[in-house]
Design a protein around this ligand. Sequence first.
Ligand code: OAD
Length: 244
Amino acid sequence: MNKDMESLRNILGKARRICVLTGAGVSAESGVPTFRGDAGIWKNHNPMDLATPQAFDRDPELVWEFYAWRRMRMREVAPNPAHFALAALERIAPHFTLITQNVDGLHQSAGSENVLEIHGSIWTLRCPHCGAEEENREPDLPPLPRCADCGGLLRPGVVWFGEPLDARVWDRAVTVISECEVFLSVGTSALVQPAASLALAAQNVGAVTAEVNPEPTEQTEAMDYAFTGKAGILLPGLVPEQNA
Ligand code: OAD
């Protein structure tokens, strides 16, 4: 497996279609906790109590408490060099799609434009009763926010375990992967499906595949390139010089 950054940088500089999949690791250096591992959110919290539709039916106040805490944390943070490097890569590539599992909106804050939020956004609230959706960044949500249209109990606009992804967003992700020449996986444990399947889909269409992660994942061995380290340190070194 190749570890030559200059070689991948040259490939990225010439590629017409680039897809990047990001996970919680990209926001770690901004101060957003990841999910798995010793410092991860799921180390001390059971996702089945906080991130499933059943948990919300059972105890919506607890689920909202968790999301209010995450919104508070995410409001206080800023994009890091990894987010900015991916935004810079988008400006250079003729066709670039950023597929993210993150719900924090930091890619957009850093200037990324073509972003597919396959796990939704923590800044969107959705009414499961009438389907209304609103963007909402208010710091002080009521403990149980209500829909302005129908009075129903609003939920965070994120995808929970056991739920399907938004079909339009996912179909778009599958389409861009089927056309991509380079696929870069950054800061994801690659354990959650269907997101993790995108690497294999990219391989199947002959894309050059690469991973950036401080830890090996189940996909590391199958990648063409793998770089061990933090995204905020490594990604800036993968962005080709403009006009090069
Ligand atoms: P995970 O917490 O599973 O994995 C984070 C990955 O980031 C790990 O592989 C770490 O090694 C890596 N990492 C940590 N610090 C990093 C850094 N500075 N730079 C680069 N990588 C770093 O997070 P995800 O893979 O995003 O879904 O998890 C996928 C989904 O599972 C999430 O979207 C969420 C979660 O449960 C739902 O809530 C539905």
